[in-house]
Design a protein around this ligand. Sequence first.
Ligand SMILES: NC(=O)c1ccc[n+]([C@@H]2O[C@H](COP(=O)([O-])OP(=O)(O)OC[C@H]3O[C@@H](n4cnc5c(N)ncnc54)[C@H](OP(=O)(O)O)[C@@H]3O)[C@@H](O)[C@H]2O)c1
Length: 331
Amino acid sequence: MSVNKQLVLDSRPAEKVAPAHFRLVEAPMPKPGPGEILVRNHFLSLDPYMRSRLSDAKSYAKPQEIGAVMGGGTVGEVVESNNPRFKTGDFVVGMGGWQQYFVTDGAGFNVVDAKAIPLQAYLGVVGLPGVTAWYGLNKIIAPKPGETVVVSAASGAVGSVVGQLAKIAGAKVVGIAGGPEKCAYVRDELGFDACVDHKSPRFAEEMKAALPNGLDGLFENVGGEPFAQCLRRLNDFARLAICGLIASYEGAPTILPDMRIFLVRRIKIEGFIVADHLPLWPLALRELASQVASGRLRYRETVRQGLESAPQALVDLLQGGNFGKMLVKLV
Ligand SMILES: NC(=O)c1ccc[n+]([C@@H]2O[C@H](COP(=O)([O-])OP(=O)(O)OC[C@H]3O[C@@H](n4cnc5c(N)ncnc54)[C@H](OP(=O)(O)O)[C@@H]3O)[C@@H](O)[C@H]2O)c1
């Protein structure tokens, strides 16, 4: 193959992102130089943080450049290697971006074992979303047996791991998800004690019924109305891990609660970015991999086909069109 298809950012969305904000280009196939490897991407990871990178507003990470290949997590196969750390046929995970092939010196890329765990799981349950769940649950909420933990976007890549780890820790777990099908999966297949549908017209009453003793830990992925409902049910000394606010990534206002509750209930509230905690990743990944291997940690994926499907997959992810980890399969 002499051509390398890539998707570049063409313009910045003002509010909602659309496929028209990206452009497909055909570049010449890259050649690895001394110390470099050529990687063929097998799967692209679609993640909510990508929406924030499309904006040039000040954030914890640099914005995606216009005209550059869209950045993002990938797993792929080394097809040529001039680097002794990697051999042809190795599978590597890292930030390969929205393209079929790329060349790298290998910095930031790790070899993964595609026999032990399916390749694409290194972008989900044993990748960034899994470690995010592990960190926020264990290092911020730190649930004790018998406590109640709530997690929003509960059927998703991060939320599904949060709830299962909290159950393993002996907590009572209540999920919040969009629609009866996602809620049934969270309850019946992932083993949460309850799941409340945030699209239900009776959402507020159903939250109240699901939390008769309030909540001690909240893993917040969404913001908006689900967050507002949880703030009404905080127990004394509850811990709030603020992981994501996806309901406002495309411009909707974030909800500013009455601050008094944080004082009166003596609440600990901590926002976190998992990339700030790289030294803990190996430990988290070992624990997650062992739970997956033993069958205690289950996961689900939505897989779209072909590079061209990535922009629409991102649009759909931001609107709840995924069921589990959103991926694009290239090979
Ligand atoms: N802090 C960090 O380091 C870090 C790292 C990774 C991810 N995150 C954050 O973690 C959260 C989950 O990420 P993920 O990769 O696991 O995605 P995900 O949960 O697999 O997918 C996103 C889900 O968000 C829900 N959602 C979207 N818009 C919503 C809205 N307006 N109201 C309620 N729910 C909405 C949808 O689920 P329903 O259909 O169930 O509503 C959708 O399926 C995101 O906020 C992301 O930014 C943070």
